[in-house]
Design a protein around this ligand. Structure first.
Ligand code: NAP
Length: 270
């Protein structure tokens, strides 16, 4: 990578919203809701906040299997469920000041088969509309406090498609774009908006799909390091995610996309 490209990335990273440079995020003594925190990255991130001294509630549909942390039942595809969860959490934790929109589904699709629309609809409903519903539910509360953090979760795949998960990539590109607009809307309110952009991270589902996925502990070490860096970057991009996040910028996009398209040969009949 030449010096020009590197300096251009650097200017993008530390600046937020309307040009203000933000301070680092405190992860101790916060009251945190992680929607999509019942398993995987969300559950592991919850533990890091707990270990740092924060109070954490994790949300999802399947809360029975969650041990060691407070839970709230929430289905982000259902507006009434989101409203009920919001009311329950704020009644118990009126000092809530961090909301993480982690809920996501990662579904493969065969775009030659129109039946894939079912996966596409679920993906948009959970990953994109679910993110928007949760943010809408808690934004008035955070505005009322005049401070807080919203952390959205996109994916490296939002920046460099993985064609086997076409709508997934589209949903995460949309989460990225929405996050950029949200940050502009909330500039000057005291609410910081941060986008977490994971690469492939090893949890139960991903191990089979990608044996090269980053171990969860290594991923979270880097994530916490970046969140607590001063200033906190507006995007949390661990080293493994950088080739994806910056592929277009680095001129590696077409080559990487062609390599990632090889996965389509796994589909029946290809
Ligand atoms: N792992 C990776 O390699 C990777 C890479 C890039 C981005 N990401 C993103 O990181 C986030 C977490 O992924 P993960 O790998 O940790 O996956 P995961 O273990 O499958 O976790 C997904 C979470 O989303 C929740 N969820 C799914 N549907 C929901 C719904 N309708 N309402 C509420 N919650 C729902 C699940 O909870 P319930 O089942 O309890 O509802 C679970 O807590 C996702 O947004 C994913 O797209 C992951």
């Amino acid at each position: 990578m030449d010096a020009c490209r590197r300096s251009s990335r650097e200017t993008i990273r530390p600046v937020v919203g309307d040009g203000q440079v933000r301070k680092h995020m405190d992860i101790s003594g916060r009251t945190v809701l992680i929607v999509g925190g019942t398993t995987g990255i969300g559950r592991a991130l919850a533990q890091r906040f707990v270990d740092a001294g924060s109070t954490v509630v994790v949300g999802g549909r399947n809360i029975e299997q969650v041990d060691g942390v407070e839970t709230v039942r929430i289905d982000v595809t259902d507006a009434a469920s989101v409203a009920q969860a919001r009311d329950e959490v704020l009644a118990e934790h009126p000092d809530l000041d961090v909301v993480v929109t982690m809920s996501g589904v990662m579904l493969t699709e065969d775009l030659r088969d129109p039946d894939h629309i079912a996966q596409a609809e679920t993906t948009i409903s959970v990953n994109l509309l679910g993110t928007i519903r949760v943010i809408d539910a808690f934004t008035p509360h955070l505005l009322g406090r005049g401070e807080g953090d919203i952390i959205t979760v996109s994916s490296g795949i939002g920046f460099l498609p993985f064609p086997l998960m076409a709508t997934y990539g589209a949903s995460k590109a949309a989460v990225h774009s929405y996050t950029e607009s949200l940050r502009a809307h909330l500039a000057g309110t005291g609410i910081a908006v941060t986008e977490l952009i994971p690469p492939a991270v090893a949890n139960a589902g991903q191990e089979k799909l990608n044996p090269n996925a980053l171990p969860m502990g290594d991923f979270l070490d880097e994530v916490i390091g970046l969140l607590t860096q001063n200033p906190t970057p507006k995007e949390i991009v661990v080293e493994r995610a950088k080739p994806l996040r910056w592929a277009e910028h680095d001129d590696t996009y077409q080559e990487l996309l062609a390599a990632r398209s090889q996965s389509l040969s796994n589909l029946p009949g290809r």
